[in-house]
Design a protein around this ligand. Structure first.
Ligand SMILES: O=C(O)/C=C/C(=O)CC(=O)C(=O)O
Length: 398
């Protein structure tokens, strides 16, 4: 196994194991019973954030909470570690924030779903510099605090923890092998509350370390405000519409703002993604963000023949579940009112499964004129078009 420099554990450590409800007052403030055994959940290494970069509020949350915690950095691999030898496996500590999308967590809790969306998003685990073990001689008496815009919000001491650090190491290692570079978040004291864009979070361990993080949101690119069309949807260029080998591609130029309708034989395709079946309350923007978050780069979309226009196979190349609700294709040479066909339907697409979308064709002169036309494929070849789609979808959903 290759390991790295322990003082930069966030660059190579494999696991972030978190303990929930480990301070009785915090369990109570969220109306939870004090647990008999540690409540465990995980974050991913991509959750790590170090000072200088902002905490990003996920697009799908409107209630991001701070939770300040002492993190324990593992220095020696072990399984079934006894409490008496637990501290031998500790290399040091870090002050950590367990950023939590509380609204999403509440939703997950009410449905019995895991907390991943609420807890493990990118930037959800800001950490301080590494603190060598020797600098904290008594792990049972570490005072941690957090201020938001200079106002004290959380202050607690590890002496208030329900489960001690040796107990947690022993308990977790019975279930999950602890490895060098792993981090255990030991739970948060009471005082959690929401943060807003531009807030400054300042946290510390008395006399040992302090750290500062700003809060932001993923930037949105505004576009397609004044397209010459009543129905505001993402425009995709189609080149060319005919003949059968047509390719349909998202065009970066569409990010530049209002576009004239393409001339000649080219057409414009409009796509709209709405609602994710996994989370019925999601807006279109959140669905698109979920596409973005999966690192999705390729969507294949095709219509094989005019005769089978009612069936549109959609193949997702990444692990994405989404609903394609409406697809509009507009014959641009005749302007936005000349809809060549309109499809509407709902689709849930499982990873690497080919899904058929049943659609209603309301008006399709082009289809009638061009039997057997192959409309082509859509390649979502960069992040930008998805950001664009997100932006549109947000407008649409309002
Ligand atoms: O159980 C809940 O409603 C919430 C739990 C948390 O998010 C708690 C923690 O992560 C924690 O106690 O540190």
């Amino acid at each position: 196994m290759t390991t790295g420099n322990i003082s930069r554990f966030w660059e190579w450590g494999k696991k972030i194991i978190c303990v929930g409800r480990n301070y009785a007052d915090h369990a109570k403030e969220l109306m939870n019973a004090v647990p008999k055994y540690p409540v465990l959940f995980l974050k991913t290494p991509s959750s790590y954030l170090t000072e200088g970069s902002p905490i990003l509020i996920p697009k799908y949350s409107n209630n991001l909470h701070h939770e300040v915690e002492l993190g324990v950095v593992i220095g020696k691999r072990g399984t079934s570690i006894s409490q008496s030898s637990a501290m031998d496996h500790v290399a040091g500590y870090a002050l950590c924030l367990d950023m939590t999308a509380r609204d999403v967590q509440d939703d997950c809790k009410s449905k019995g779903l895991p907390w991943t969306l609420a807890k493990a998003f990118d930037t959800s685990c800001p950490v301080s510099e590494f603190i060598p073990k020797e600098r904290i001689p008594d792990h049972g008496n570490v005072k941690i605090w957090l201020k938001v815009n200079d106002q004290m919000r959380q202050y607690g001491c590890t002496s208030e923890m329900i489960f001690s650090i040796p107990f947690l190491i022993s308990y977790i290692s019975e279930i999950i092998t602890l490895e060098e570079g792993d981090l255990i978040l030991t739970g948060t004291p009471k005082g959690v509350s929401a943060v807003q864009v531009h807030d400054e979070l300042n946290a510390g361990i008395d006399d040992v370390v302090s750290m500062t993080f700003k809060v932001d949101r993923l930037k949105e690119i505004l576009l397609i405000h004044q397209t010459p069309c009543d129905i505001k949807v993402l425009q995709l260029s189609l080149y060319p519409f005919l003949p059968s080998t047509s390719a349909l591609q998202l065009s970066d130029s569409l990010l530049m703002g209002p576009q004239p309708w393409p001339s000649g034989s080219s057409s414009t395709m409009k796509m709209l993604f709405l609602q994710n079946f996994q989370r019925p309350k999601w807006t279109a923007s959140q669905v698109v963000l979920s596409l973005l978050n999966t690192g999705l780069r390729t969507v294949q979309w095709s219509v094989t023949t005019a005769a089978s226009m009612q069936e549109i196979p959609i193949r997702m190349t990444k692990n994405v579940i989404f609903t394609l609700l409406n697809v509009y294709i507009v014959n641009s040479s005749k302007g936005p009112d000349a809809t060549t066909f309109f499809v509407a339907g709902e689709l849930t697409c499982e990873p690497s499964e080919e899904c058929m979308l049943e659609c209603d064709i309301l008006h399709s002169p082009e289809c009638v004129r061009s039997p057997g036309v192959f409309l082509g494929r859509v390649w979502v070849s960069s992040v930008l078009p998805l950001v664009a789609l997100h932006t549109y979808a947000r407008e649409y959903s309002q």
